[in-house]
Design a protein around this ligand. Structure first.
Ligand code: URA
Length: 216
């Protein structure tokens, strides 16, 4: 079977609500950060469906024994926030996946060439087989940062079909490159926008996600 990039845009009122708050240019930093946390939470909730490995077991209630399903603690879960902006999604993702390991990846975009360069890499030497990897990258614009991140992550043994990308706004140029290079990937985003301006910003987008989340 030939795999094809899957891009999920959950039809959920809370996702739409927090996206509207994040997009609004009048939203102050503290509320923008709340919006990112909430979007990180709801998109991670959607991504966890059919992705988190479970374990069938039984539990004893005060009245009787019954079948039960747990998240399988033997399978590692890795969260990779792409600095800076990806950090804004971390609180929401981490509350749902409290046993995950966090591996920071710092990628800076050269504003002239739009190429990404790595200034911090806390990835492990290799990922154990079956590791679930959740990448947090709010803006999928040109695709430069996410492709660099995926290169580093898959070079360490992660299986693209077990990787989920959480983004807030995705644009066609990034999605096109991802579908060519990583067809087995699954992306969860609040919206797909029209395209990019001449500076590589998503339009209408929400501006610079890192600047808006940290106010600097
Ligand atoms: N990075 C951002 O923060 N915003 C964009 O629109 C594109 C890349």
């Amino acid at each position: 079977m030939v795999s094809q990039l899957r891009v999920y845009v959950p039809e959920h009122p809370l996702v739409k609500h927090w996206l509207a708050i994040a997009r609004d240019e009048n939203t102050p930093t503290v509320l923008f950060k709340t919006a990112m946390t909430e979007l990180g939470r709801w998109l991670t909730y959607e991504a966890a469906r059919h992705w988190l490995p479970t374990l069938d077991t039984t539990v004893k209630t005060p009245l009787a024994e019954c079948p039960a399903t747990l998240v399988d603690p033997r399978v590692p879960i890795a969260i990779v926030p792409i600095l800076r902006a990806g950090l804004a999604l971390l609180d929401g993702a981490q509350t749902l996946l409290p046993l995950s390991s966090i591996y920071h990846l710092g990628l800076a975009r050269n504003e002239e060439t739009l190429e990404a360069s790595c200034y911090l890499n806390k990835l492990p030497e290799s990922f154990a087989p079956e590791t679930r990897v959740l990448i947090l990258e709010p803006m999928l614009a040109t695709g430069g940062s996410i492709l660099s991140a995926l290169g580093e992550i898959t070079a360490r043994g992660a299986d693209p079909s077990l990787i989920r990308v959480i983004s807030i706004v995705a644009a066609p140029p990034a999605l096109q490159k991802l579908s060519e290079k990583y067809p087995a990937l699954n992306i969860y985003t609040a919206i797909i926008d029209e395209g990019l301006n001449s500076k590589g910003y998503i339009v209408p987008g929400l501006g610079d996600a890192g600047d808006r989340a940290f106010g600097t």
